[in-house]
Each structure stands twice: as structure tokens, then as C-alpha cells.
Ligand binder design. Sequence first.
Ligand SMILES: [Zn+2]
Length: 343
Amino acid sequence: MVKLQTAPESVVFLGAGASFASDFSKPTMRSFFDAEHEKYGNLARLLTDFYGTRPRTEWNLEEILGYIDLSSTRLARWDPRRVLLTDDRHARAYGECLAYVDERLGVDPDSVCERHARLFRSLAPRDSVVSLNYDLIADQALLRVDADRVGATNPKRRSRAMKPASLLAAPNLMAGFVPGFIGDEFEEGFLLKLHGSLDWITCSNEQCPAASDIFRRTGSEIPGQIAGSPCRRCGSALRTVLVPPVASKRALEHHQLQLQWSIAYRELSRARTWVVVGVSLAPSDFDVRWLLRVSAAREFDSGLVVHVVNPSRDARQQFRELLGPAGVSLVEHDGMDSFLVAK
Ligand SMILES: [Zn+2]
């Protein structure tokens, strides 16, 4: 008898607004930059060149990551002479930008956001969390909630927050590589991070064999895996894995990222309830819009209910436009607190 994984009842889908509404009040992509960015000279110069006299409150992290990424991938082929002049500057600014993002979004590893924890306690163990956020707020809250749930029996290994580790690096088994899920990977839900994570690292040298892999910086059984230290294979500096919001090929650049998106699709398309917190759907965000729409469109009427939790009326309207035609029942909430009270 082939064992098939059961379907989740609910999936929580988190955007930057969830981290903004968290106990840590993290900035969203818009108005991301504060005065501390000036410590990073190359980044500060690039931002001033790019935005000119526009006020800092309008500087957008996604726009800058996308600009640098497209410049380095496209100009390398279209205008190599210009790349010689700008590439090094861009590379240094990009490295500094990742360090600044880490500093700006970092939270104390022992702190847990009570709102996130309350949200996750309302989930069954088989339910999943999908996040677009780079920060570790959901990871830490889920780790705490799952540890409380499973008690003293190896709580870390049993947590959905640790699932990314086994999805990023295949478990080391006596039998060698095993392509399918094993053991309790079947039993419980997932935490899936579609745009990368502050605690994922890879090699910055695209020619290096290690550049096709992603490693987890924290929670790993092997400490000391940090951005900036040399890659064991080639000596290039290790870098944080954040996915710039550009062409879809980026999301599929690493096979581990493809796996995150593929499982997110499976979880979303089988769940009967979604709770979408703090997600703003930019028209250019083709990947996320596609994922949500294709997962909502079911062959048979599934009675999918989507709770859209967002203080912005415009953001809620975007969901009505995207998912309404798929026959979804939308329930709107103007914030995390009012959603948690209504639960
Ligand atoms: Zn390397």
C-alpha cells in the first residue's frame, strides 16, 4: 500500500505586512531604509545615485535588489564594457545591502512574536505556513509553538520550522540519497520560504559547484556557516540567499527553491482554508499572483475560504480581483488582532 501524504486543512500565507504587524514592527519593502544604511558606503552611494532627491521614505528594497540583479545579469551580456565599469561597484553595494537587510530585519534568536504564536497555535499539526518574508519571525514562533506541542521528545527535529533544513539539504541516510519524503516528513506540515531567508547561505561564485546548493545558517547541526566566510570549495565569500522580485527564473535558480514553490503549490491547492496575512499583490509580482490563482482554481468546487488579513482596503481589493473569479469565498479582516479575536 503506497502511503500518500494527507492534505492540510489550512495554510497561512505571510507577507511583509505580517512582520510589520508583529511584536518587532519590522519595515515593509517600501520605506525600508533608515539612517543606519549610511554605514554602508557603497550601498549609500548607489541609493543616492538611483533615487536622487526623492525622500528616503520612498526608497524601496525590492526595487533596489531588482535593479542590481537585472543590471548584473543582463548588462553582462548586452554591454560587457559597461559592466567592467559598474559591476564591481554593484557587487559591493549588493553585498552591503544583504548585510544591511540582515541587520534591519534581524531579531533576538530567543524572542517570539506573540501574535504569530497565537496564529500558529490555531493551526493543526498537518497545516502549513508559506512566507514571502526574509526575516525569522515566523520561524522562531513556529519553533516555540511546535516545541510546546510535541513536548520534550526532540522538539526541534519535529518542528515545521526545521523542515526547511531537510528540504534544503537531503538527509544523510545509510541508504544514501533518497528522493522522496521520509518518516515524519509525511506526517506534518511545512514552513516554506518562497523568497529565501536571512539564514540561508550559498556560494557567491556562480561557477562553483557549491553555488547550486543552499545551506541553513542557524538551527543547523554544524555551527559557523555564516555569510562572508570563505566557501570550502572555491574560497569565494558565502552569501545570504534572498530572491530579488524579478523574472521567474530567479525563483527557480536553485533546485531547493523550486522545491519550496512546488510544495507551496501542493499545500495551497489542497487546503480548504487560507489565511493570507499582510500580503500586498503588486501587479508585477507575477510569480506570487500566479501561484495563488492557480492554487485557488480547483477542478471541482472545493469551498475554498480565504481570509484576507490586511489593514489596507486596496490590498484586500486586489485579492477580490485575483481570486473572486475562481469562485473563492473571501472573508476580510482589517488586522491580525481582529482576525485572532474572530477565530
Ligand atoms: Zn564556492
